[in-house]
Write a new protein. Structure first.
Length: 627
């Protein structure tokens, strides 16, 4: 069998070495492939020389060489080498079996291989166990308790243990410290701490903790101690320091457990940096960004969301997204549809919708919402990006209004041309007829015709006026004076004859730049509209106020009449739109008023509640002298 083993080792060496290396790797999981391969070749040479000579001295020589070459700890080396040799039995047996017929008795062959290996295994175990024990006996007996308890077999990645005697000389250096400090066991054992690790003297807290362990029997934990190892490398290490004690619990040395946390700390710093980047991006974003969990509850709410909706983050975390959705059936149905679409399709893009602010205002927003999935593709939440479109929507409506006005202007020019000339002809004919007839009844009918022609002409003239730039006498005017003229005119109107007219005028309002006649026209128009709204109201009251701020002068006209339906308020300044009964209004009065005030860079707005009141507010810029 000896010759057969030697023969198979020779002819199948590459295959056997490869298989052997794979199995030995389980005993040395942290070794590099090249180091493992060299160990297996050394074991193979040991096996070949043993089988050729069966000489104890040859075995001892090979084992010593392996221990010294690969820096195996003396107390662990016999077991590791024996186990590495034993796995080769199965490999050799399988290759020998392949060389024989199917009737080959592998059980018998394995027994013979075991018999050959037995002296080798016994020699290594006995000889080197005795040497290991002798090495231990060289230490003070008090240190052997630590060896017997297995404290010195520590060999985890990034973790190492060294022990010092009372004079701070190394009595143990675990394999894990080789990579940490780039110092081998052979270089450290027997040397003084400050000779091998001189930077410990600079680390005052660490050095003091070691001395206190030896002298005062005290334990200590030190975290994130930075060491510069070599010229450039810096390592961050956590230390656990504990005294070695004798049978009487007196300190006779110190054990130092070192845990290299450099990569962990770097990872934490990188993660923290990315978290900070992420937080800065979120909070500096101009758009509102909201993160929802799988139940559509808010888990993140950035600064822009606080500004847009009015709720601080601490008040919304944990609440559902319906908090900012208007409480009407259409909006509630919409948010349910969005929730479902995001779960099924994964996203919603650029959806125009309405949301609710903390103070109850409805705002217009554009929403993009995207599902968040885990690594298994499961829905775990969603991100919402919302942009405030309220102002843009107002500008869009103003643009639509401007386009309508432009269309009306074009229409007015056509009406002036197509209607004006026939009306002039009809008016001339009625004048001739009135001179030629004596019948008073016919004359009355002709007069009625002329009155209606004049009415049509005034309407056409109004349209024509707004189809071209306004050219009126613009001057500095005092709005209180305009209002006084308005009251003198409207108080004789039969609709206001029995209604109360009140004024609350601020006497110190600044001047404004506008046309007296046109502003007068606007105020009269709004007051007569108020009179119509109070037609069926007892104790009707018309209140006119003026006031100012740093930029503008304001006038409000309030009545306690029928009010304007909410759904019609947005349209009242459109041409030919009226809320009055059929035959009582053309729908041009407020449109004309809107155009006049806009021409002086002013604004006109309305606040109304149906059945209660209406308030029209006109704001005009103050006159300011050029400096």
């Amino acid at each position: 069998m000896t010759r057969e083993i030697l023969h198979i080792l020779e002819i199948k060496e590459p295959e056997i070495i490869a298989e052997w290396e794979t199995r030995v790797k389980q005993l040395f999981p942290n070794w590099e492939e090249e180091r493992l391969r060299r160990l297996v070749y050394a074991l193979k040479e040991l096996l070949v020389d043993y089988l050729a000579e069966f000489d104890v001295e040859v075995i001892i020589k090979h084992v010593e060489k392996i221990i010294n070459t690969f820096y195996l700890a003396l107390n662990e080396a016999p077991k590791l080498i024996v186990n590495s040799l034993l796995v080769s039995r199965y490999i050799i047996l399988s290759f020998i079996a392949k060389e024989h017929s199917q009737n080959y008795n592998s059980l018998n062959a394995f027994g013979q291989i075991n018999d050959l290996y037995e002296p080798l295994i016994q020699t290594i175990s006995v000889q080197f166990k005795a040497r290991s024990a002798a090495k231990v006996e060289q230490l003070p007996k008090n240190y052997t308790r630590a060896l017997e308890k297995g404290m010195l077999s520590l060999d985890f990645a990034g973790v190492g243990l060294f022990m010092l005697d009372k004079n701070l000389n190394f009595i143990h250096w675990s394999a894990g410290l080789d990579k940490m400090y780039h110092i081998t066991t052979r270089e450290a054992l027997g040397q003084n701490l400050l000779t091998i690790l001189p930077f410990f003297k600079k680390e005052k807290k660490l050095y003091i903790a070691i001395m206190q362990a030896v002298e005062e029997n005290r334990e200590a934990d030190l975290f994130e101690v930075k060491h510069k190892i070599g010229k450039r490398e810096e390592r961050i290490i956590n230390y656990k320091i504990a005294p070695l004690r004798d049978e009487n619990d007196r300190p006779i040395g110190v054990s130092v457990l070192s845990h290299d946390v450099t990569e962990h700390i770097k990872g934490q710093l990188t993660l923290k940096r990315y978290e900070q980047y992420f937080e800065n991006i979120l909070n500096d974003a101009a758009d509102a960004i909201i993160i929802l969990n799988e139940n559509d509850r808010i888990v993140m709410w950035n600064n822009a969301a606080e500004l847009l909706y009015g709720w601080p983050e601490e008040e919304v975390i944990g609440k559902t997204i319906s908090l900012i959705v208007p409480d009407d059936p259409q909006s509630q149905e919409e948010i349910e549809n969005i929730n479902q679409i995001v779960r099924e399709k994964g996203f919603v893009r650029n959806l125009r919708s309405h949301r609710l602010t903390r103070d109850g205002r409805k705002i217009v927003i554009d929403i993009s919402r995207t599902a968040i999935l885990n690594d298994r593709g499961e829905y775990i939440g969603s991100s919402v990006i919302a942009r405030d479109m309220t102002q843009q929507e107002q500008l869009r409506q103003q643009l639509i209004q401007s386009e309508k006005l432009s269309a009306v202007g074009t229409l007015a020019a056509g009406i002036a041309h197509e209607v004006g000339s026939p009306l002039n002809s009809i008016s001339s004919l009625t004048q001739l007829l009135s001179f030629k007839v004596d019948d008073e009844d016919v004359k009355d009918k002709i007069t009625l015709i002329r009155q209606n022609i004049d009415r049509i002409s005034r309407t056409v003239k109004t349209l024509v006026d707004f189809s071209k730039p306004i050219a009126h006498n613009v001057e500095m005017i005092y709005l209180n004076s305009v209002i006084e003229h308005v009251i003198r005119i409207i108080k004789y109107d039969k609709r206001l004859k029995h209604q109360n007219i009140e004024t609350v005028l601020e006497p110190k309002i600044p001047l404004v730049t506008a046309s007296f006649d046109q502003v007068l026209q606007v105020f009269i128009n709004i007051c007569l509209n108020a009179a119509d709204a109070m037609e069926n109201v007892q104790n009707g009251t018309l209140i006119i106020k003026t006031w100012f701020d740093a930029e503008k002068v304001y006038t409000s006209i309030t009545d306690n009449g029928s009010g304007i339906p909410e759904d019609k308020i947005a349209h009242i300044f459109e041409p030919f739109y009226t809320t009055k009964a059929k035959g009582k209004g053309t729908g041009l009065g407020l449109w004309v008023s809107y155009n006049i005030i806009s021409s002086f860079n002013g604004t006109i707005s309305v606040d109304s509640r149906q059945g209660e009141y209406s308030t029209f507010t006109i704001a005009l810029p103050q006159y300011k002298k050029d400096k």
